[in-house]
Design a binder for this molecule. Structure first.
Ligand code: ZN
Length: 352
């Protein structure tokens, strides 16, 4: 369990020079999100497109295509024809970076590196245990909050759990482990995530008991990804950009009221979501989410509720189930959480 205040203090103490690096100085220093790309492929900074993103294989109504757009972050997959045109219903939580280096047998050789200073917290060595195949999760700390970069479909993992790594340090080799990938489509799947709950394992066992969890709290379901491509590009223009400022530009797609609970961990992990609000003496919280379910903001509310419920959803020309990864369904005043949506929201306050 991460208690951010204590942890920040311990780190500052360990830095060895209390005069120049007290808790405050360390905090300010850590605020800076200093990222490098994880492979030699830097085409993202020259327009992105097919030179950067690995294409996907699409079969839409019997027509086969290989759009590179499917490798981007966002709702870029599984097109569905609706009354309001084609809607891409499946969310891709990270970016797929294509290989630049191959050996004579076309095996990918690209070195994979840590995108920032951090600590290795999880390695999945058994490809069949995850859609991500072999993957690594590294914990980073910026502004006192934890963030998790995830490197999927690896061919080799060259770090161990507990190991500290530096920005740009070799951690593995690109591959094509995991579901639905082949040698030709070898790529690195890269995410940058927030964590939802350290009680994830108990929640998972309740709702997914037939599918064992081999990843502890570092299961992809417990990690919610931000738009890492946009973050890279904007950090280039504005190196002092914070995660708070970055997420401030994301649109709120829906808001959910969450019953008051001492297990609600988001405001402890990411106090910036509270802004200047305090959580005392209120009946519930209202959490703002992006379309993909990334939490952006937490506001106290006087509303008395027993179960999470939708309090706002953006107007849309199609049923919101197409737009929200099935977290919500219906439209306008009749929008509501699906069973799946209710489960997801309960994770935030589990075991309540
Ligand atoms: Zn991917």
């Amino acid at each position: 369990m991460i208690i951010f205040g204590v942890r920040g203090h311990v780190r500052a103490f360990e830095s060895g020079d209390p005069a120049s690096a007290g808790p405050h100085a360390k905090m300010a220093q850590n605020e800076v999100v200093d990222l490098v790309l994880p492979t030699d492929n830097d085409a993202l900074f020259h327009g992105g497109g097919p030179a950067f993103y690995q294409y996907i294989e699409r079969d839409y109504k019997g027509v086969k295509s290989t759009p590179w757009e499917g490798g981007q972050y966002g709702f870029v997959r599984d097109p569905v024809e609706t009354g309001a045109g084609i809607v891409y219903t499946r969310f891709h939580e990270g970016i797929d970076i294509r290989a630049l280096h191959r050996d004579a047998k076309a095996e990918p050789l690209d070195e994979v590196r840590a995108i920032a200073d951090g600590k290795v917290v999880h390695t999945n060595l058994v490809p069949g245990f995850s859609n991500y195949g072999k993957y690594i999760v590294i914990e980073h700390e910026w502004g006192g909050s934890p963030y998790y970069s995830l490197y999927g479909h690896l061919g080799a993992i060259d770090v161990r759990v507990g190991q500290s790594v530096q920005r740009g340090q070799h951690i593995g080799v690109m591959g094509y482990t995991g579901q639905g990938i082949n040698q030709e489509r070898a790529h690195l799947h890269l995410e940058l995530n927030l964590m939802l709950s350290h009680r994830f394992e108990a929640w998972y066992d309740k709702f997914h008991k037939h599918d064992p969890n081999h990843h502890g709290i570092y299961n992809g379901i417990n990690l919610t990804g931000l738009d890492i491509a946009r973050l890279y590009v904007e950090l280039r223009q504005e190196p002092s950009l914070t995660i708070l400022q970055f997420l401030g530009k994301e649109e709120t797609f829906y808001k959910v009221a969450i019953p008051k609970s001492r297990h609600f961990e988001l405001p402890k992990l990411y106090p910036w979501m509270l802004g200047s609000n305090t959580v005392a003496d209120r009946a519930s919280w209202e959490v703002s989410f992006t379309r993909s379910g990334l939490p952006l903001k937490i506001e106290p509310s006087a509303r008395r509720i027993r179960r999470p419920e939708i309090t706002y959803i953006k107007q849309s020309p199609v049923d919101t189930s197409f737009l929200t990864n099935d977290v919500a369904a219906g439209r306008g005043n009749r929008a509501h959480l699906t069973e799946y949506g209710k489960q997801q929201m309960r994770l935030l306050i589990w075991p309540d």
